[in-house]
Design a binder for this molecule. Structure first.
Ligand code: SIN
Length: 301
């Protein structure tokens, strides 16, 4: 019998959640064994530096943080985002009027395809992929429309040393073309948010390592997201595909994930350097509206 994903062991050197980390400004409750925490006791419309330092520490530890019952305007969402770094610009969807860094993510009742409905890391097709994403829920279905998150450090840690070494020597060719070009997935549907055309960004290719090192924690993370990876560097597609499938399937195994159920006023902030996410499309006939901001990152190494 082939090894089932549930038989992976947690190795003694795998970093685990440290519940002894002390916070004085916020409360932090992990949502699963290796990724995600719900943070309470904070109003994101007005946070001081000390509170942000705790949020940032919790974020590096848990990789995706969830906040509830926030009442924030697009400007306040930008203000929170700027604590993390410089704001990125999304190339393929028009932004909100007067907020060039905020894009609406809307699925109307009659829209079939959703945005982000496959495991991916945001804007990994850029030379400098987005470091973080902040998603704020305005309207959500009564049930369904959850988002799944997977820890790419936990997925890397669970690999055998031999596989870690082999993957550590690989690079992949990243591109937006599979999704955003005129032949791409999103070209086949009308998107309620409308589309922006940027031929150069659609067609660009950048080489990134399949195992990247997190610049702040030093942890190694798998970096491979199927919608944005064309093939492995120096390999043909049919040679790359089995390895790409293995990495994607392994990386998104249930034990590396957490799942967030949105309510209006919920906000999530995730670290694209070590997290993949997946927006579930299981709410036909219902409306969902979010505002999204991405934060600029570095060249992966
Ligand atoms: C995204 O991929 O950024 C969208 C996630 C979501 O809408 O849940």
């Amino acid at each position: 019998m082939s090894q089932s994903v549930s038989s992976f062991e947690t190795t003694s050197d795998s970093p685990t959640m440290d519940s002894s980390v002390k916070y004085t400004k916020i409360r932090v409750e992990p949502t699963s064994g290796c990724i995600g925490a719900e943070v309470s006791g904070v109003d994101l419309a007005k946070i001081d530096d000390e509170t942000f330092e705790e949020i940032h520490r919790a974020w590096l530890e848990h990789q995706v943080l969830f906040f509830r019952d926030q009442k924030i305007t697009p400007s306040e969402q930008e203000g929170f985002a700027r604590h993390f770094g410089e704001l990125d610009t999304y190339p393929f969807i028009p932004s909100l009027p007067d907020h060039p860094h905020v894009i609406p993510i809307v699925k109307e009742r009659d829209t079939k395809l959703n945005f982000g409905g496959g495991w991916h890391s945001d804007m990994s097709y850029q030379e400098k992929p987005s470091m973080a994403t902040i998603l704020y829920a305005l309207e959500v279905p009564p049930h369904g429309g959850d988002t799944l998150f997977a820890s790419m450090t936990a997925a890397y840690d669970a690999l055998s040393p031999g596989m870690q070494t082999m993957l550590g020597n690989l690079n992949a060719v990243f591109t937006a073309a599979k999704v955003h070009s005129s032949e791409g997935l999103y070209s086949k549907v009308d998107h309620p948010m409308g589309k922006k055309k940027d031929e150069a960004k659609e067609q660009a290719r950048f080489i990134h390592p399949v195992v990247r090192t997190h610049p702040e924690t030093g942890r190694k993370a798998l970096y491979m997201d199927a919608p944005h990876v064309e093939r492995l560097e120096n390999m043909r597609l049919h040679e790359s595909q089995p390895l790409m499938d293995f990495i994607s399937n392994h990386a998104t195994s249930p034990q590396f994930t957490t799942r967030f159920r949105w309510q209006p006023g919920s906000l999530a902030v995730w670290d694209n350097r070590c997290v993949q996410h997946y927006a579930l499309n299981d709410y036909p006939g219902q409306r969902r509206e979010m505002n999204r901001i991405t934060i600029k990152g570095d060249v992966p190494y």
